[in-house]
Design a protein around this ligand. Structure first.
Ligand SMILES: Nc1nc2c(ncn2[C@@H]2O[C@H](COP(=O)(O)OP(=O)(O)OP(=O)(O)O)[C@@H](O)[C@H]2O)c(=O)[nH]1
Ligand SMILES: [Mg+2]
Ligand SMILES: [Zn+2]
Length: 367
């Protein structure tokens, strides 16, 4: 953007385009007019932000309204596009604007009851990674599929450590059966199997996030896809209890061919957030059956004329699959109700403050 060469325009931002900026450029115009520069959040650690912009990776401060007071969901997270007020001699660089997200990866905040936690933003593809040394864990994959669908990203199941599995084909088949419409890719960082195929998902400067439990090989895969040692971009790791390197923060890593990967720490708990649609897409064959139920709001548990229960009875629907569907749907309905209750409570508080302040100004002769 500071390129003084003749004919240089605001669209001449090759570095940012490789990070996927081309699809957000249009939304940035008003911020550019205010003197802000486009940047993408590459790492967050305890409220500190690192962004990649035309001038490289820098640490920036978020403004108060983006970080402190606002809703948790409006805080910049890894993957967000932001508007940065550049540093001057006397001030440091500050994030002043958050560009609307195209997708947001949410889960229920494990620390707080009815609060969503945004794990990453603007993700196009989610690699749901599970290791064939122990897995695949079908029930966990279903959960992660529901989260991925709900986020607006396209999920791909990656079965890693294929070199440690004797019957990889059977593993793929068992996953394919619970993941209708989802690509399932066998991968081994050891033999290099599946790497080329996985790389194609970032074509067109797409953003790919890797999720899955600790130790399944997410960081190893990121290293292989990037084709080198990513320590150079500042990956933050620590030793876990078993003396093993484990990722401790979400981190956005640029691919040499364009596009980015988001490496994430292993998710211990994948608790559902208000995402019925994600559940319905994950259990597509059950949603299909549900259209034949007698009642539109059938819960598929006790109702007469329930096509889902009929299929269960007839043995055409798998019992484990049905149980997983009912459990996840309940969990997401509950999260939805809790967040609604929380929203109402906070609305009541806001109304009370507004009422109190009106009373204050009335008593003090001002409206
Ligand atoms: N045999 C084999 N081992 C692998 C493969 N991929 C990863 N590993 C090993 O699995 C272990 C864990 O890999 P990581 O890449 O650190 O796993 P992670 O998913 O990033 O784990 P967290 O950062 O804790 O979430 C390491 O010892 C890797 O060397 C593979 O394809 N084959
Ligand atoms: Mg890791
Ligand atoms: Zn039903």
């Amino acid at each position: 953007m500071n390129d003084p060469s003749p004919g240089a325009t605001a669209s001449a931002t090759p570095t940012l385009d490789l990070l996927g900026y081309d699809r957000f450029r249009g939304e940035f115009d008003e911020h550019a007019a205010e003197g802000l520069e486009p940047a993408r959040v590459v790492r967050t650690i305890r409220g500190h932000l690192w962004v990649a912009s035309e001038s490289g990776v820098t640490r920036v401060n978020p403004t108060g309204n983006l970080m402190g007071g606002g809703e948790a969901e409006s805080r910049p997270v890894v993957g967000d596009w932001v508007g940065v007020r550049p540093a001057t001699e006397t001030t440091s660089a500050v994030v002043e604007a958050l560009i609307p997200r195209r997708s947001a990866f949410l889960r229920r905040d494990p620390g707080k009851a009815a609060v969503a936690q945004v794990l990453a933003a603007n993700i196009d593809v989610v690699f749901i990674v599970d290791g064939l040394d122990r897995g695949p864990n079908l029930r966990r994959i279903e959960r992660e599929l529901a989260l991925a669908w709900e986020s607006g990203a396209t999920p791909v199941v990656v079965l890693s450590k294929a070199d440690l599995c004797e019957d990889a084909a059977a593993a793929v088949a068992s996953v394919a059966a619970i993941a209708p419409g989802v690509d399932v890719v066998l991968e081994s960082a050891t033999t290099g199997a599946g790497l080329d195929e996985l790389l194609t998902y970032s074509d067109g400067n797409m953003t790919v996030a890797l999720i899955g439990p600790s130790g399944v090989g997410k960081s190893t895969l990121v290293n292989r896809l990037v084709g080198g040692d990513i320590q150079s971009v500042g990956e933050v790791r620590a030793f876990d209890g078993k003396g093993r390197h484990t990722t401790v923060t979400r981190e956005l890593v640029a691919l040499p061919t364009g596009g980015v990967l988001v490496d994430t720490p292993g998710l211990r708990a994948v608790a559902m957030w208000d995402d019925e649609e994600g559940v319905d897409t994950t259990f597509a064959e059950i949603s299909e059956l549900a259209s034949g139920c007698k009642f539109d709001d059938c819960s598929h548990e006790t109702e007469p004329g329930c096509a889902v229960l009929a299929a269960l009875e007839a043995g055409t629907l798998d019992r484990d699959r049905y149980d997983a569907y009912i459990a996840l749907r309940k969990e997401s309905l509950l999260a939805g109700m809790e967040s609604e209750a929380r929203r109402r409570a906070s609305e009541t508080r806001t109304k009370k403050i507004a009422k109190d302040s009106r009373a204050f100004f009335r008593d003090h002769g001002r409206e």
